[in-house]
Design a protein around this ligand. Structure first.
Ligand SMILES: [Mn+2]
Length: 331
């Protein structure tokens, strides 16, 4: 569902609302933060009373840089204190959720209790699995590279002149989620990047925001080097059982592995919490990774997905995964 086609419905909700809250997934990345801030700018220009709900205590480096640079410029509140900001007539509050559609991934799931479904809009580019948020207006477009691409469309549609710094943030979300315009990139993605650059976005600043920590990079390389291939086409990478990885990193490695000759399907396994194993899968289409990951309680589609398995080890997950791959092969 294209965001431009829903403008009228979005308009109506925004017009009706007195106070608007924007919330993304926890462990903010630049797509979540960039789309939140882009959306905030649109609403701010329309003189809407608007707040960003951020509960994260730790931030990845790019997000930390931005939050530090913007310190004091944005109305950021914690989910637990939002009662103080709600408009007294509760029906006049609106919640905009960006870059996720799952309850358990939200910055703060408990704030949902203040909103009926018709006071919630979800804007996202991930597929819908179980645990989806009930929202009257769901703008979920899996064909779009990033939530920031969707927000860039909206900024153009609303003819908002964005502060160049904010344009840069929206562009950084696109660059992050497309892995430098190599994944899920369409002519619309390039157009959004063109539009944002025209609005003053600085590609140089984007590169600065996306600069990585050398130690984290080395950790990721280690994970890639612990790789096994099956029939030359399926790559399975495993993390060290002593290291805790971020879900985004597992996803990024799964993306990266698809760049290599012959590889058509990738799985990356790593500990994401004590006794919790994360799996990220990607596929060019031959193996339905979403289906396989649904066996682990996760979700996705034929091209990509993720799962989280509690109370297990990397070895056990690996054995199970290989069994499932074999079964799918025999089907
Ligand atoms: Mn995203």
């Amino acid at each position: 569902m294209k965001i431009v086609e829903e403008k009228r419905k979005i308009d109506k909700k925004i017009k009706n609302a007195k106070t608007i809250f924007i919330m993304a997934h926890k462990d903010l990345d630049l797509d979540a933060l960039g789309s939140s801030i882009g959306l905030y700018s649109i609403l701010d220009k329309r003189k809407k009373n608007c707040f960003l709900i951020i509960d994260d205590k730790k931030n990845e480096q790019g997000v930390a840089k931005v939050l530090q640079e913007l310190d004091g410029c944005l109305p950021i509140i914690k989910g637990d204190s939002m009662q103080d900001y709600l408009y007294p007539r509760l029906q006049k509050n609106l919640l905009l959720i960006v870059d996720t559609n799952k309850k358990e991934l939200l910055q703060n799931e408990t704030v949902l209790r203040y909103f009926d479904a018709d006071q919630v809009i979800v804007i996202d580019h991930h597929d819908k699995g179980k645990g989806s948020i009930s929202a009257a207006l769901e703008i979920i477009d899996q064909d779009v590279s990033s939530t920031c691409e969707m927000i860039a469309n909206l900024i153009e549609l609303y003819q908002v002149e964005l502060d160049p710094y904010y344009s840069t943030l929206v562009l950084s979300g696109i660059v992050l989620d497309t892995n430098n315009f190599t994944l899920k990139t369409t002519e619309d993605t390039y157009y959004a990047a063109y539009f944002l650059t025209n609005q003053g976005a600085s590609p140089k600043k984007v590169q600065y925001l996306l600069r990585q920590d050398i130690k984290e990079y080395i950790e990721r390389q280690k994970l890639i080097s612990n790789l096994e291939t099956i029939h030359k086409t399926i790559a399975i990478s495993k993390g060290s059982s002593y290291t805790i990885y971020r879900r985004e990193d597992l996803a990024r490695i799964a993306d990266t592995l698809l760049f290599f000759n012959d590889i058509e399907t990738t799985f990356v396994l790593g500990k994401i919490k004590d006794a919790t194993i994360g799996i990220s899968g990607r596929s060019l289409g031959k193996v339905n990774v979403g289906k396989i990951l649904s066996h682990f309680g996760g979700g996705g589609d034929e091209n990509g997905g993720a799962a989280k398995v509690k109370g297990t080890s990397i070895g056990k997950v690996e054995t199970e995964l290989k069994k499932l791959l074999k079964e799918q092969e025999e089907d």
